[in-house]
Design a protein around this ligand. Sequence first.
Ligand code: NOJ
Length: 553
Amino acid sequence: PMPIEDLWYKNAIVYNLDLETFMDSDGDGVGDFEGLVRRLDYLEALGIDTLWLAPFQPSPNRDNGYDISDYYGVDPRHGSGGDFVEFMHQAKKRGLKVLIDLVVNHTSDQHRWFQAARKDPGSRYRDWYVWSETRPPDADEGMVFPGVQHTTWTRDEAAQAYYFHRFYHFMPDLNLQNPEVRTEVRRIMGFWLELGVAGFRVDAVPFVLETPAPGAPEPALQFGYLYDMRRFLQWRAGDAILLGEANVLPRESKRYFGAAGEGMQMMFNFWVNQHLFYALATAEVGPLLDALRATRRLPPTAQWGQFLRNHDELDLGRLTAEQRQAVFARFGPEEHMQLYGRGLRRRLAPMLGDRRHLELAYSLMFSLPGTPVLRYGDEIGMGEALALPERAAVRTPMQWSDEPNAGFSTAEKTVHPAIAEGVYGYANLNVAKQQRDPASLLNWMARLIRLRKECPEIGWGAWEVLQTGDPRVLALAYTWRGTAVVVVHNFDERPCEVRLRAEVPGGERLLDLLTEDESRADASGRHRLLLDAYGYRWLRAGGLNYALQRSRA
Ligand code: NOJ
């Protein structure tokens, strides 16, 4: 009984970018809204229909903008409020939806609320943060950035007290138990919704839902607050969504979605992401299959965001130590590639190296149950800059051309230097070059995105695992409204042949959507499929006419 096709996010193609490093229009070395507007045609042509913008509000920028000092503006480095509205207009004209980050677990320590709170115990903002007169006994626990961050409680001289910060010390946590703070969060959401955003990527959700009291045991997560947020969102905008960042266990994720879908519509599937990297590193598909099954059951209105890389380290903290070691060994053996003891500060292309392996990974991202979320620059296979500190390694300027600063900026010095050396350097690797090369990763990716759009079964349908008997091969079938597609992936560096039964509508004939091949089931009802090294196949059951005739509006 649900109007399924209204749920636009179930079959969207999301592109994540950071204003700062995308396109600089005024030559000050920092990307801006006007620059982004100039690139909207590129994004539209690639097949993107939803943008997720990293924080662009005023910020001292000590955590890539996740340290916000004013929720109601645009950092002057990126333009003005007027530029934002013009950008929204241009995005809308092209049918692009815009998600923005909602970072309300903490503010910057430069935010006027915090400044008022620390200077005056009688300030109305004092209780907007979390204080303790003495250093809590667990002050050196629960750091999110171990090795870089040394405590979660820091003393402030002006306040004569310790304040709680889940992340860096310059990002004090807001006290979301305080009803005034909750009202303010609604105001922030309402503000940006009124300007036309399609929803929010909610930063650090588990931490938003818990506010520690000094010295007390772990507080329970306040899911009621999340459901309140969702209700407010929908009052203001019926089709807006929450896309949550919560790297939690599969059973925990249920409460974030809500038993009846009253929580967030979308969450990033960190669980599948980590097991996918394990499968890519070892060709052992079993744990990935388990992860897919463990995250299978969702309320009908909910959807996973499937991603490969984002702006943070590739977090492998949910794998077993042995599994993590296997991924480190293959994709990040050197210590300076690793971060916080749990992850890799690398881009996808240099980790995988081999073009065929890269295609396998993207083919998976676009065909696993959920909505694909692509990281800017990954469509051309950008590399990382390990000389930069921490996560900045994966945040270098977009490589548009072989001109200075990769065509990103005409400034002498840019916010981060564009990658200039070697095969990943912009002289060799850039959009302009790949646009003219029919065999480029960029053109391959645009083709794949088009293919994904031709297979609505993936976003809407029910999926099942097809048995191949080969532990290195993943075969999934999606069925929706009487039609089906089958996707098969070979994780091994050697070619193989699998036999499988496709017990889906039209499954006796499988038409390959990327080559001229087709397969008819043999007398025993089985298909014989050949897969190249790291090979992948997208197959439509019954053929194209079969699907066209059967699909019902
Ligand atoms: C998660 C974001 O992805 C990360 O970049 C940031 O540092 C933390 N949240 C704190 O906002």
